[in-house]
Design a binder for this molecule. Structure first.
Ligand SMILES: Cc1cc2nc3c(=O)[nH]c(=O)nc-3n(C[C@H](O)[C@H](O)[C@H](O)COP(=O)(O)OP(=O)(O)OC[C@H]3O[C@@H](n4cnc5c(N)ncnc54)[C@H](O)[C@@H]3O)c2cc1C
Length: 261
């Protein structure tokens, strides 16, 4: 039977752009370009490698995000994933990590899965909690932060590198894993892959497709909300010390004045 892999991919604001909060203190996503979270490219890569080793496998990439999040799905499809699911609904505005995991879990169940692969964290929220929340909601084992991963005879195996030791972990499928940026360089989409991606199926689901009510997600259902936010002050020109024999002394005085020493 085919190994069904679902990869969760997040569309994130480009960190090199100028990012702002909207009036309701959610991230202003209209104001900035987005892209597939770089850490999720590693998850797509590991899914592709597992599928290449398997007799028969199918990779679905899944995102919860606004209209433009389709760009993240297209990138993952052009890398080689087979199909995509986009969960999009106006009522998702303001959804926190707990709500996002609820929506993702419902979509994963609807899509059908043997293995879920996530990134170690998104590059915008960086909470690193969604894979564990997903495993709890789906009622399956979690094997997180893997720098090496493989699947054999219905078991997912991997290595988690810590500061003092490396652990070899394994879990019976179905399971959720997350992979780190040490798991192997993600491939670039080829021209052939980019062209093929245009013809791959992308399904769009809203909350009603997942039997979810608006109050369960969005700002209304969120356990975490931003209370206040302050714009970062504009960068100042800084202090230039011209060394005319007293440079070291002036530097030490500057550092002491800033309480660095
Ligand atoms: C339209 C919209 C508005 C939102 N507004 C807010 C808000 O105002 N306040 C707030 O706290 N949160 C908001 N969120 C949710 C937020 O952006 C995160 O998705 C959520 O908080 C998870 O936290 P994280 O990204 O730090 O996840 P992490 O736990 O760091 O992510 C780990 C992994 O989980 C997967 N993952 C996480 N999020 C998604 C996703 N959306 N789709 C697919 N895979 C995913 C990825 O594989 C990722 O590598 C919003 C989301 C959407 C779609």
């Amino acid at each position: 039977m085919s190994l069904r892999i679902v990869v969760t991919v997040k569309y994130v604001p480009d960190a090199t752009g100028d990012r702002h909060f909207a009036d309701d203190l959610t991230v202003d996503r209209d104001d900035v370009d987005g892209l597939l979270s770089e850490l999720d490219e590693y998850a797509v890569e590991q899914a592709l490698q597992i599928a290449e080793e398997a007799d028969d496998a199918e990779i679905t990439v899944l995102t919860v995000g606004p209209e433009d999040a389709k760009d993240a799905l297209r990138k993952a499809l052009s890398m080689g994933a087979d199909k995509a699911v986009h969960v999009e609904d106006d009522d998702l505005h303001g959804t926190d990590a707990i709500g996002t995991s609820l929506v993702l879990a419902k979509a994963i169940e609807k899509a059908g899965y043997d293995l879920v692969i996530s990134g170690m964290a998104s590059t915008d929220g960086v909470m690193g909690v969604v894979p564990a929340l997903l495993a709890e909601r789906l009622g399956v084992p979690q094997v997180t932060l893997l720098s090496e991963v493989s699947v054999e005879d219905g078991v997912v195996k991997g290595r988690r590198d810590g500061d003092a030791a490396s652990e070899q972990l394994e879990a019976q499928l179905p399971a959720v894993v997350s992979v780190t940026d040490q798991s192997g360089e993600a491939r670039y989409p080829s021209f052939k892959g980019i062209m093929a991606a245009k013809k791959k199926p992308v399904e769009s689901w809203d909350l009603s497709d997942l039997d979810l009510e608006a109050e369960e997600v969005g700002l209304e259902g969120a356990y975490t909300v931003v209370d206040t936010a302050t714009e970062r002050p504009a960068r100042t020109a800084g202090t230039i010390v011209k060394d005319e024999g007293e440079g070291g002394k002036q530097l030490a005085e500057f550092l002491a004045g800033q309480k660095f020493i």
